[in-house]
Design a protein around this ligand. Structure first.
Ligand code: G6P
Length: 367
């Protein structure tokens, strides 16, 4: 079918705005809202017998996996290793039937991810695949297919596929935790209720377009931009920086907030915007003290937090972006929205080709 932009300027903008709907569709394939349980598609191996997980993917899909590693370890108490697909085969990875390889790919065709899948299967390891294209090679070759229902994604920089990957991975973490007995039925129900809230909160986050647009001009004049976050906000910082460099061509880097003082703080002066991703909660105070280190050196801070966080700490920042207050479990799904909108509007201010950034391909089928 012909896919159109409708009243949107770019496919990327359309796909950002579609997220509440496609995330709800994707969650609908895994959650039973009445029974408050999570169901997984059938597979021919014993998922409960797996003792460790290796996550392998490329680009934005890898960062979805990085967020998921926090969910899998905290809920299912299973060790997770995460790696660029392009590196997996080259360090003689320890594969075997005790481990699960979890690949994540919008297209299901990325050459490095597919090579990792085949390498693991050849070593007798089971593979689960989070894939958006149901007819793809990875979907066919995986032992357990975990589909995302994002619909066709046209913008080269991934947006809705990313949040649908997060939705599937969150549901998978809850299901695996139940299988392993690390959470009880009551906790499963609570997590299902939280996930069910995510699409409405993402919809509310779309209202951040106006304040983010107001920031785009000043940010578009920066040479370099840093993103920092702690816990799952660290991969969100990496995703913010990746999205920005992909479509605006501004050099950006994501750092674990605590790592700032081990190098990148040397770059900070009054010309350096620093995007601080710090929702209120147990990690807030630590990240805010890293933010204070930036401000003490004249760095221009954009703080992305919720009402409670901003009430405590917005003074002295260049801008404060208020995301809806949600349970920390679903925060990454909501945080993705302002992170994507920021990259999009800075790119618009720079006048780059948002849907077809130079030198990039939607699907990389060479290693
Ligand atoms: C390319 C795209 C990215 C994407 C990555 C992985 O680099 O530009 O947006 O995240 O490939 O693609 P996949 O289809 O495996 O998710």
């Amino acid at each position: 079918a012909l896919i159109e932009k409708g009243n949107h300027r770019h496919f990327m903008e359309k796909e950002i705005h579609e997220q509440p709907i496609v995330v709800a569709q994707t969650l609908g394939a895994y959650l039973d809202p009445l029974a408050e349980t999570v169901g997984l598609p059938p597979c021919d191996f014993d998922l409960a017998a797996i003792t460790r997980i290796q996550i392998v993917a490329c680009g934005t899909a890898l960062l979805a996996g990085h967020v998921a590693s926090y969910w899998l370890e905290s809920l299912a108490r299973i060790p997770v290793a995460i790696e660029n697909a392009s590196e997996f085969r080259y360090r003689e990875p320890v594969c075997g039937p005790d481990a699960l390889l979890l690949v994540i790919s919008q297209s299901g065709e990325t050459a490095d991810t597919l090579a990792a899948l085949r390498h693991a299967r050849a070593a007798g390891q089971k593979v689960a695949a989070v894939v958006n294209v149901p007819s793809s090679t990875m979907a066919r070759e995986a032992d357990l297919l975990l589909p995302t229902h994002a619909g066709p994604e046209i913008g080269v920089a991934s947006t809705k596929a990313f949040t649908c990957q997060l939705a599937v991975l969150a549901a998978f973490a809850v299901a695996l935790a139940r299988l392993r007995g690390t959470i009880d039925a009551e906790a499963e129900a609570a997590h299902v209720r939280m996930l069910t809230e995510a699409p409405a909160a993402m919809n509310a986050a779309l209202a951040l377009e106006a304040p983010i647009q107001a920031l785009a001009q000043p940010l578009s004049r920066a040479q370099d931009i840093l993103y920092i976050g702690r816990g799952p906000d660290f991969p969100m910082a990496l995703e913010g920086a990746l999205k920005l460099k992909e479509i605006s061509y501004i050099h950006a880097e994501g750092y674990a907030a605590g790592e700032l003082k081990h190098g990148p703080i040397a770059l900070v002066d009054e010309h350096m915007p620093v995007i601080v991703i710090a929702p209120s909660g147990p990690r807030f105070e630590k990240t805010i003290s890293n933010m204070a280190e930036v401000m003490a050196r004249g760095g221009q801070v954009v703080l992305i937090s919720d009402a409670a966080g901003l009430a405590a700490q917005a003074a002295g920042t260049m801008a404060a972006i208020e995301v809806p207050q949600v349970p920390s479990f679903i925060q990454p799904l909501v945080m993705a929205v302002p992170v994507q909108l920021l990259a999009y509007h800075v790119a618009l201010a720079k006048g780059t080709d948002v849907d077809q950034p130079r030198n990039l391909a939607k699907s990389v089928t060479v290693e």
